[in-house]
Write a protein that binds this ligand. Structure first.
Ligand code: ATP
Length: 407
């Protein structure tokens, strides 16, 4: 995997003398989802501000695609297009009189031609679900809408890396999940994502890699299981283990679970219970079916009929467009995050589920169900409901998200 960002021995102290970073060397692989985790004052935000040159290290260097960052205005403009930063507080980012002007700020600054600015702003607003908000003043938006608008402002520049400082702080659980899923989709489209968070549960289930920081330095970097499975280290960083790891540890201590590897989800936790995978299948219950439908191929007017035909006990939606479709078709959605695992759990308990997917997530669902069936020996029945027909024109341009450069 190619390294997209790197810091080498960076040191930084703020003007008042506060040391914020000491000898930080870190590589970020292209296409990864990285979570910087650590207590207050660990240096997470300061490190993030180094990645696109908002701050300049006192010593050491920052590299983008193996090239040292230069700090003249031309070089900075270039790196800020490729490495976009979403601040923790959206009010620090949104300042124009209207949402449109705010989202257009980046592309205008990059001197995109006016027609391209318009197109990109339109795509970005559609992508984050804020079409129709163009004329609204940003300070009249809700916290979740502000976060979406801030993300749109970065997306409109088509960056390769997106850095988000505490992306879910002050958001309600449903909005947080929507934002995190949006980040998953962007990552599926090829973008590298770096977030900082105090939310260990979120970091644990979302990140490919966790970077644990304390006192301006790196304590550990590794997979979420490696980092959060080391309970002493987690305590040392003044954090708590993710709930699922905590519970698992208690079960292992009581001899109720096999202590092989901490589980990533509730489904994996059930599977780790002493007695093997079959524990989470409800005894005697017939296995439910998981129906999977590509919402990108579904005609809005057929959605109702489909839902009626399938008559599933639960419905999940994966991806922004699937959620938009469900909302427009007034389909009640039970799961919007961790959808596949939740549906497998329900299927094991004899319930059927309908999963609406979008943006090429069909394959992901099928792979996960197959992998689970193989690994657990539990046959989970999944049915592909894709019609293969061309649906009505979709609200979002397929080419926009995840393409590295749009001409
Ligand atoms: N503008 C500033 N001026 C002086 N010191 C600062 C400034 N910003 C941050 N610091 C200090 O730098 C250190 C690192 O802060 P930073 O904000 O990077 O940590 P963090 O891990 O992001 O914390 P939090 O989780 O609370 O956001 C802290 O000691 C903090 O007090």
């Amino acid at each position: 995997m190619a390294t997209i960002l790197e810091t080498r021995g960076i040191e930084y102290a703020y003007a008042d003398g506060t040391r914020a970073l000491s000898n930080v060397s870190l590589t970020i692989g292209e296409g990864r989802k990285i979570a910087l985790v650590g207590p207050n004052g660990a240096g997470k935000s300061t490190l993030m501000l180094m990645f696109n040159g908002i701050l300049r290290p006192d010593a050491g260097e920052v590299l983008f695609r193996n090239e040292r960052l230069d700090y003249d205005s031309r070089s900075l403009r270039k790196v800020r297009q490729r490495v976009g930063m979403v601040f923790q507080n959206s009010d620090d980012q949104l300042f124009a009189p209207t949402v449109y002007q705010d989202v257009a700020f980046g592309p205008v600054n990059l001197r995109f031609p006016p027609e391209k600015v318009k197109r990109y702003v339109g795509y970005a607003l559609q992508y984050v679900g804020l079409s129709g908000y163009e004329r609204r003043p940003p300070h009249h938006l809700s916290g979740g809408e502000k976060k979406r608008a801030a993300i749109a402002g970065i997306l409109a520049m088509e960056p390769e890396v997106m850095i988000l400082d505490e992306p879910t702080s002050n958001l309600d659980p449903a909005t947080s999940e929507e934002i995190m899923e949006m980040l998953d989709e962007l990552n599926l489209g090829g973008k590298t994502l770096i977030i900082s968070t105090h939310d260990v549960d979120l970091a644990y289930r979302w990140a490919d890699e966790v970077v644990l920081m304390k006192d301006g330095g790196l304590l550990r970097r590794g997979s979420a299981e490696e980092v959060f499975g080391d309970l002493e280290l987690v305590r040392d960083a003044r954090l708590k283990p993710p709930m699922v790891v905590d519970l698992y540890q208690e079960l292992v201590n009581r001899g109720l679970a096999e202590g092989k590897k901490p589980p990533k989800s509730i489904l994996e936790l059930c599977d780790s219970l002493e007695g093997g995978e079959r524990r989470c299948a409800v005894q005697g219950a017939k296995r439910g079916t998981i129906y999977v439908c590509d919402a990108d191929e579904l005609l809005l007017e057929n959605a109702d009929e489909l839902v009626g035909k399938v008559d599933a006990d639960y419905t999940g939606a994966m991806g922004t467009r699937a959620k938009l479709m469900a909302e427009e078709a007034k389909i009640r959605v039970d799961f919007t995050y961790g959808v596949i695992d939740k549906c497998i759990l329900k299927a094991l308990a004899g319930k059927s589920c309908l999963v609406l997917t979008s943006q090429g997530m069909m394959g992901q669902v099928q792979k996960r169900i197959e992998a689970y069936s193989q690994q657990s020996g539990e046959e989970i029945n999944s049915v592909d409901l894709s019609s293969g027909s061309n649906g009505r024109s979709l609200p979002i341009d397929r080419d926009f998200v995840g393409t590295k450069s749009l001409k």
